[in-house]
Design a protein around this ligand. Structure first.
Ligand code: UD1
Ligand code: MG
Length: 509
């Protein structure tokens, strides 16, 4: 049985990425759910390396802070001056002086690299007992990249940077992807012999290959099945190109597991999000972060979900959600905004122009239109009428509102927290409720209505309203309507306004 190899992963992430023209170090730019560095570390993760060293330099503090979040076991090593990729690996190995076995080096800016490809490179390298193996690819446009130079027998001779290449070498389309496996001992030895005799005056890691070949050491080339994986990222145009390629890869993978994606070109699913079988993702939809969409759910068109869980068979239409939970069979939108800790239970409904934050909407409860629900607990089957506002903030503190099971809140109500509406209670439309409403009671704070007869004719004479009123009165339209004369009190208190037809929301379903 061969001994399992000790493995070290070195990620090169000290460069500035000048062409990104950004205050953010290049490797921290995001790409569908991870930073460029995060993608590379994820591709290396299945190698189960004993140690992962990340060479940091430009924006070192930012990169270190990011590593603490995403890869706390990785060791950042500072390369204060960027004297080349060879220099970077030399510094990395100085931080782990006892390293033996395989050292896998990955440029920090190749985010489409797949774990399977790194694993295949390492397997080929270890299987052949090579001193060094480079991942290569045939690319349509090799501009700016190092070329793989082979001898007549097809064996690797050297890797030449474009700037140092002869015209014949420049014509080669087989390039160095910037991903390598090395035998630690022979790598360390060769790194000690690198020169800076090149166009950039840098220590090139790629020169290790020429040195090893000259010393008669076995070196290998592992050709990537798909060159797309080896694409680097040097500016924002390339970053956008990589994002499209990754989008297509992610969408295709979900479609193959049984998810319908109606318009793949406008569907952007982070690599960290998940979608279950028979879910339908309609156009212009983004599933970001830890978003998880359940089986048979319908999401989109025009939906952005960030760190949001959508239950089975739920629907979310033209809406935005962050840190929310949409229960099975629940319905959201169009035009809803779910904020952190909005928890919609099974078969509940949050409809049009409704914002929900830090609230539970109970099973089968409905908030169909034009409402703000903040810091609330809404019981099962409660109905919240249009334009209800949960008044949760007194300018200093936030307070909770509790609406009991099957309570009925009439339209245009303010529930002024802290307050509780009991189970089965009704609140009359247009009320401002600041005291608890007992179960089964009607809460109402509405002022009595007065209709002042003839007001329009006196105060708005000559208007279209006055003319319309005059015609209507002439036709006797007001005959059955009780009206009050100016200054006269009018009947109609809680009993009249408490009729369901007067308190009801405007839902027509
Ligand atoms: C490098 C390769 C080239 C290959 C290409 C693939 C060398 C000399 N050339 O070129 O053959 O085709 O990658 O994309 O290696 N870095 C450091 N410290 C340094 C210099 C670079 O950490 O002193 C890091 C960068 O942050 C980057 C990676 O190393 O993540 C590669 O450096 P970069 O300058 O992009 O090298 P390329 O010119 O692209
Ligand atoms: Mg590069």
């Amino acid at each position: 049985m061969p001994q399992p190899h000790l493995r070290t992963v070195v990620v090169l992430a000290a460069g500035e990425g000048k062409r990104m023209k950004s205050a953010l170090p290049k490797v921290l730019h995001p790409l569908l759910g991870r930073t460029l560095l995060g993608h590379v570390l994820t591709a290396a993760a299945p190698l189960a390396a004993d140690r992962t060293v990340v060479v940091v330099g430009h924006g070192a503090e930012q990169v270190r802070a990011h590593l603490t979040e995403i890869a706390p076991d990785a060791t950042p090593v500072l390369q204060a001056q960027q004297l080349g990729t060879g220099h970077a690996v030399r510094i990395a190995l100085e931080a782990v002086p006892d390293t033996s076995g395989t050292v896998v080096v990955i440029n920090g800016d190749v985010p489409l690299l797949r774990a399977e490809t790194v694993a295949a490179l390492v397997a080929a390298h270890e299987g052949e007992g090579a001193a060094a193996t480079v991942l290569a690819a045939e690319v349509p446009d090799p501009t700016g990249l190092g070329r793989i130079v082979r001898d007549a027998a097809g064996r690797l001779e050297q890797i030449v940077e474009e700037r140092d290449a002869t015209p014949a070498q420049r014509a080669l389309r087989e390039i160095n992807a910037g991903i390598y496996a090395f035998d630690a001992v022979r790598l360390r030895d060769a790194l000690g012999k690198l020169s800076t005799d090149n166009e950039q005056g840098e220590e090139y890691l790629t020169d290790v290959f020429g040195l090893l070949v000259s010393a008669g050491e076995p070196v290998g080339v592992h050709v990537a099945a798909d060159h797309v994986e080896t694409l680097g990222c040097n500016d924002r145009v390339e970053l956008a190109g990589l994002r499209r390629l990754l989008r297509d890869r992610v969408n295709e993978a979900w479609m193959r597991t049984g998810v319908s994606i109606l318009d793949p070109e406008t569907t952007w699913i982070d690599v960290t999000a998940t979608v279950e079988r028979d879910a339908v993702i309609d156009q212009n939809t983004q599933l970001r972060g830890t978003t998880a969409v359940g089986a048979q759910a319908v999401v989109g068109p025009d939906v952005t979900l960030i760190d949001t869980v959508v239950g089975a068979a739920a629907t979310v239409l033209r809406s935005h959600a962050v840190g929310a939970e949409v229960g099975p069979g629940a319905s959201v939108g169009p035009y809803a905004y779910l904020r952190p800790a909005a928890r919609l239970a099974e078969k509940s409904k949050v409809g049009t122009f409704v914002e929900v934050k830090n609230s539970e909407v109970g099973p089968g409860a409905k908030v169909p239109h034009l409402s703000y629900v903040g810091d609330a607990t809404i019981g099962a089957k409660a109905n919240i009428g249009a334009a209800t506002i949960f008044v949760n903030y007194d300018g200093v503190n936030k307070h909770r509102t509790v609406v009991g099971e099957a309570a009925f809140i009439g339209c245009d109500t303010s529930l002024i927290a802290p307050v509780e509406v009991g189970a089965g209670a009704y609140v009359a439309a247009g009320s401002a409720i600041s005291q608890d409403v007992p179960p089964g009671a009607l809460g109402v704070t509405r002022a009595p209505q007065r209709s002042i007869e003839g007001w329009v004719a006196r105060k708005r004479a000559g208007t279209v309203s006055a003319a319309a009123a005059e015609r209507a009165l002439a036709e006797g339209a007001s005959a059955d309507t009780p009206v009050a004369r100016e200054g006269e009190a009018i009947h109609g208190g809680a009993e009249t306004v408490g009729r369901p037809s007067a308190t009801g929301d405007t839902a027509t379903e």
